[in-house]
Design a protein around this ligand. Structure first.
Ligand code: IPM
Ligand code: MG
Length: 361
């Protein structure tokens, strides 16, 4: 029997629909070749959902995601929604989706494609051979902590958030990090700010406890987040798996993306303990180039590959997509974000065509 998977597609805003169209054609090509079927259910999310229904994550979209085998999201957000109350902004829809699906583990791999070594703002000898994975906690920390708010008192305005973690939240993300380190280079660096923050001290204590009890074979180190930010650009090859909290992971993963030359190259997977995973590029909706056929669809295609591998256990099809990206870059095709002398510039759609050709379709 042919296996068949239900994919909820969330094209979102800005460049989202353009890169989704490319990913979908490539997914169709590899699923045909590898003998499985993908059924898509496209749902509104982010600004496009606000325009249609007034909320960034309609209940019907969340229900569709829950009922599917995997969710593929492109990007959300646009400046015109920035003035809305926080709960009605596109970003709140994304946080509600992560929480609603219980996606506490966010995996952001950074692997340097040899053809792009020259595209990074860092020296080739610094980034050659970089292959690291940021494991970011995604449903806790200061993003979700209470109390939070804004008050007026004594003639001043004061705003506050709470950075909080419970032991079980740290334990479960630590296990994800240790498991993945065990499958990779066997090294895990836990990043915190335990020299200043109580919440980071608990983080460190729990990571050490889980390490001693369950993963003594993994080599564990700890690093303060300010030092980690520096080490990432000084000597990024020292890292295998970086385990960190929600806010620190948000910042460090954008920084790490520049090792690869463009934020337009990095995919991510968000997973819970059960149910569908969410797969999305780490870049945003790039409103400045939206609708102009300039976007780099590669992070989206690589996110589709992660969906195939991690979400649907279709390793061969995932590897085909990743190879198509590498071959196309090696042949010198580039979108504007990666353009270099001697390379051939392509728009988003034409890049999609090249990727299809590289697949042999
Ligand atoms: C990311 C993004 C999101 C985050 C925003 C859009 C809410 O920056 O996925 O890294 O901060 O988590
Ligand atoms: Mg971010």
């Amino acid at each position: 029997m042919t296996s068949s998977f239900r994919i909820t597609l969330l094209p979102g805003d800005g460049i989202g629909p353009e890169i989704t169209a490319v990913a979908r054609r490539l997914l169709d090509a590899v699923s045909r070749r590898h003998g499985f079927q993908l059924e898509y259910d496209e749902q509104p999310m982010g600004g496009s959902a606000i325009d249609a229904s007034g909320e960034p994550l309609p209940a019907s979209t969340l229900a569709a995601c829950r009922a599917s085998d995997a969710v593929l999201l492109a990007a959300i957000g646009a400046p015109r929604y920035d003035a809305l109350p926080r709960q009605q902004r596109p970003e709140s829809g994304l946080l509600a989706l992560r929480a609603g699906l219980g996606l506490f583990a966010n995996l952001r791999p950074v692997k340097i494609v040899p053809a792009l070594v020259g595209a990074s703002s860092l020296k080739p000898e610094v980034i050659e051979g970089v292959d690291l994975l940021v494991v970011r906690e995604l449903t806790g920390g200061v993003y979700f902590g209470n109390p939070k708010g804004r008050v007026e008192a004594d003639g001043h305005v004061r705003a506050f958030n709470t950075m909080a973690y419970s032991d079980y939240e740290i334990d479960r993300i630590a296990r994800v990090g240790f498991d993945l380190a065990g499958q990779r280079g066997g090294r895990l660096c836990s990043v915190d700010k335990a020299n200043v923050l109580e919440v980071s001290q608990l983080w460190r204590d729990r990571v050490e406890a889980i390490h001693a009890a369950e993963y003594p074979e993994v080599q564990l180190s700890h690093m303060y987040v300010d030092n980690a930010a520096m080490q990432l650009v000084r000597a990024p090859r020292q890292f295998d798996v970086i385990l960190t909290s929600n806010l620190f992971g948000d910042i460090l993963s954008d920084e790490a993306s520049m090792l690869s030359g463009s934020i337009g190259m990095l995919p991510s997977a968000s997973l819970g303990s059960s149910g569908p995973g969410l797969f999305e590029p780490i870049h945003g909706s790039a409103p400045d180039i939206a609708g102009q056929d300039k976007a780099n669809p590669m992070a989206m295609v690589l996110s589709a590959a992660m969906m195939l591998r991690v979400g649907l256990q279709q390793e061969a099809a995932a590897a085909d997509l990743e190879r198509a990206v590498e071959t196309t870059l090696e042949a010198g095709y580039r979108t504007g974000d990666l353009m270099a002398p001697g390379c051939t510039p392509l728009g988003c759609q034409a890049m999609g065509e090249q990727l299809l050709k590289a697949l042999g379709d």
